[in-house]
Design a protein around this ligand. Structure first.
Ligand code: SRM
Ligand code: SF4
Length: 554
């Protein structure tokens, strides 16, 4: 049988001279946009070419850039550089993402290079933040000072470093680095990835036992620390999670990962490498909708995948170790780090750090960075931890935030703290509906209704995305709202707040203004008939979707 035809992106990668394309030439031409093929290559450099979708009739191009920030950790100096560059080069906002990084929107093509040169001095890169490579590696961002916690963060950094592309295109194009001799064989230039990199993006997360702040099961490769007392004994490895799907293609679906086995700390990198190599060599390179590792594992079954990894390793993996149950931590509010210092988790609405008329969040955070020289950590819920603070910083920090109109987590409702929306319109080219611009209004209404029903102390997760790709991880939320067509959403119900269960399709094509009226009878029934300690997601699963449908007025 003939091999299936490779996707267009495979040809672009293969001919890109290890991710150079003709980016350099196009930078020198003063055009406002990169060509289509170069826009594909650009992703591996952490950038997307976008246009403002609020402007009708003409395409005003801009660049979105995503930084690579392993485990979401940055220093005060780095934060201040980001703050300054966001003002000078981007749209004056800093956007925290669901993978513990930062995005800038609205950059002009001709200014990207000088910005990258400035940020390079602060040791921040966008290399490999997007594209068909191992992306930003996430880890529990809370700075609890146990040795094991520090080791987990360090592994995230090492894994991120290990899988960064070696081809030097980023340095050459953006930092005027030395030109590499591209006639060398692929194994010299790009020893792990080769000329065509991975079939698709690859996401890795490292969790701390019992703490699922990362939604570990939604990652291509999940790594969960196993402790013996305080000591790190090894890791459970999970493979094959991923959320992207398409409303009209049933062969695409969200999936939680399967357990692969247990590894000791020194086995971690070699095992991660072989997992990714099996995917690199066997993932679907013809149909990009079927390219993620979750489909390979779904098609093969976990046993065949494990055997393939073990054959390459030359030994068998130990069975997974027992794990304590996961809990849904947000790490908000004040916490003792355990070393005499404190951290403060600040809830940031949909991760957007900006100054508005009523709230000067960007100014407040810059002031805190300058005054207290803390460290910062970005969470997978788009929130910001201000860490390494002396105990006496508590009152002054709260005073600065209040003075700038910023509300503290204890002043916000639980539903607001647990809500996440993706960027969506106006920048995301794939958005069908609104995401972060629409969710706050909806959460305000829901907050009122929950209060009326006496459910304000329920931690209900609501996650909204402007399309089914799942960037705010809507498919593990109690309530997932997924853009379906103009101003209409699909409602998914029944995820678990600890991230261990996918929700299910409930109702299609619900107009935005009908979302709350659709949810209300279900919430009222939950209030009346719930069992002790039952979450809204658990209730939906127990009661069953037929009965939930019957609650809707005819
Ligand atoms: Fe995502 C594509 C934003 C986390 C699944 N995602 C995009 C793009 C780049 C749109 C595009 O391809 O043109 C979005 C840019 C919007 C913009 O204007 O900024 C975008 N994704 C985001 C962010 C910023 C959402 C947010 O509001 O925080 C997150 C950035 C993460 C990061 O820092 O690296 C983001 N994306 C996710 C997640 C959640 C996660 O990883 O924990 C998912 C679901 C998990 C997964 O990967 O399966 C996710 N994004 C996708 C997909 C679907 C992939 C698939 O397998 O089908 C796409 C579309 C694609 O790749 O073709 C996508
Ligand atoms: Fe864009 Fe869809 Fe991701 Fe939202 S979920 S950021 S609309 S790709």
């Amino acid at each position: 049988m003939d091999a299936p035809k490779l996707s267009k992106v495979e040809h672009i990668k293969e001919n890109s001279r290890y991710l150079r394309g003709t980016l350099e030439e196009e930078l020198q031409q003063g055009t406002p946009a990169f060509s289509e093929d170069n826009a594909v290559v650009l992703k591996a450099h952490g950038m997307y070419q976008q246009h403002d979708r609020d402007i009708r009739g003409q395409k005003v191009h801009s660049i979105m850039i995503r930084w690579r920030i392993p485990a979401g950790q940055i220093s005060a100096e780095q934060y201040l550089v980001l703050d300054d560059l966001a003002t000078r080069y981007a749209n004056n906002t800093i956007r925290l993402t669901t993978r513990e990084t930062i995005q800038f929107h609205g950059l002009v093509k001709g200014e990207v290079k000088s910005m990258l040169q400035e940020i390079h001095k602060a040791l921040i890169t966008s290399q490999g933040a997007c594209g068909d490579v191992v992306r930003n590696v996430t880890a529990c961002p809370a700075p609890f000072k146990s040795r094991a916690h520090a080791q987990v963060t360090e592994y995230a950094r090492q894994i991120s470093e290990h899988f960064i592309s070696r081809g030097k295109a980023y340095a050459e194009i953006w930092l005027d680095g030395e030109k590499l001799d591209l006639s060398e064989p692929a194994e010299e230039i790009e020893p792990f990835y080769g000329k065509t990199y991975l079939p698709r993006k690859f996401k890795i997360a490292l969790a701390y036992p019992g703490d699922n702040c990362l939604d570990i099961f939604t990652n291509d490769l999940g790594i969960v620390a196993i402790l013996e007392g305080e000591a790190l004994k090894g890791f459970n490895i999970l493979v094959g999670g991923g959320l992207g799907m398409n409303h009209t293609q049933p062969e695409t679906f969200p999936r939680l990962s399967d357990p692969l086995g247990f590894v000791e700390p020194e086995q971690l990198l070699p095992v991660a490498e072989q997992v990714i190599a099996v995917y690199r060599d066997n993932g679907d390179r013809a149909n990009r909708k079927h390219s993620r590792i979750k489909y390979l594992i779904n098609d093969w079954g976990i046993d065949r995948f494990r055997s393939e990894v073990e054959a390459r390793l030359g030994y068998q993996l130990a069975p997974s170790a027992p794990l304590p149950p996961f809990e849904p931590h947000l790490h908000l509010g004040w916490h003792n780090q355990g070393d005499g210092r404190w951290f403060f988790g600040l809830s940031i609405e949909n991760g957007r750090i900006q100054d508005t008329e009523s709230m000067k969040l960007k100014t407040a955070l810059a002031e805190i960075a300058r005054k207290f020289q803390p460290r910062f950590a970005i969470t997978a819920s788009q929130d910001l931890l201000i860490t390494n603070l002396p105990p006496e910083a508590q009152i002054p920090i709260e005073t600065i935030l209040h003075a700038h109109g910023v509300r503290l987590p204890r002043e916000l409702s639980l539903v607001q703290l647990h809500s996440i929306a993706c960027v969506a319109l106006p920048t995301c080219s794939l958005a069908i509906t609104e995401g972060e611009r629409a969710l706050p209004g909806l959460v305000d209404q829901l907050e009122e209704e929950l209060k009326r029903l006496g459910l304000q102390d329920e931690p209900i997760t609501v996650r909204m995305t402007g399309c089914p790709n799942g960037c705010a991880r809507p498919y593990v939320a109690d309530i997932g709202l997924v853009g379906r067509s103009l101003n209409k959403y699909t409602i998914f119900l029944g995820g678990r707040i600890d991230g261990t269960r996918l929700n299910k399709f409930y109702k299609d094509l619900v107009p935005f203004q009908e979302i709350i009226p659709t949810l209300l009878p279900l919430l009222a029934h939950f209030k009346e008939t719930r069992q002790p300690d039952e979450t809204f997601g658990d209730f939906c699963v127990r009661v069953g979707f037929d009965q939930l449908q019957a609650l809707q007025p005819l």
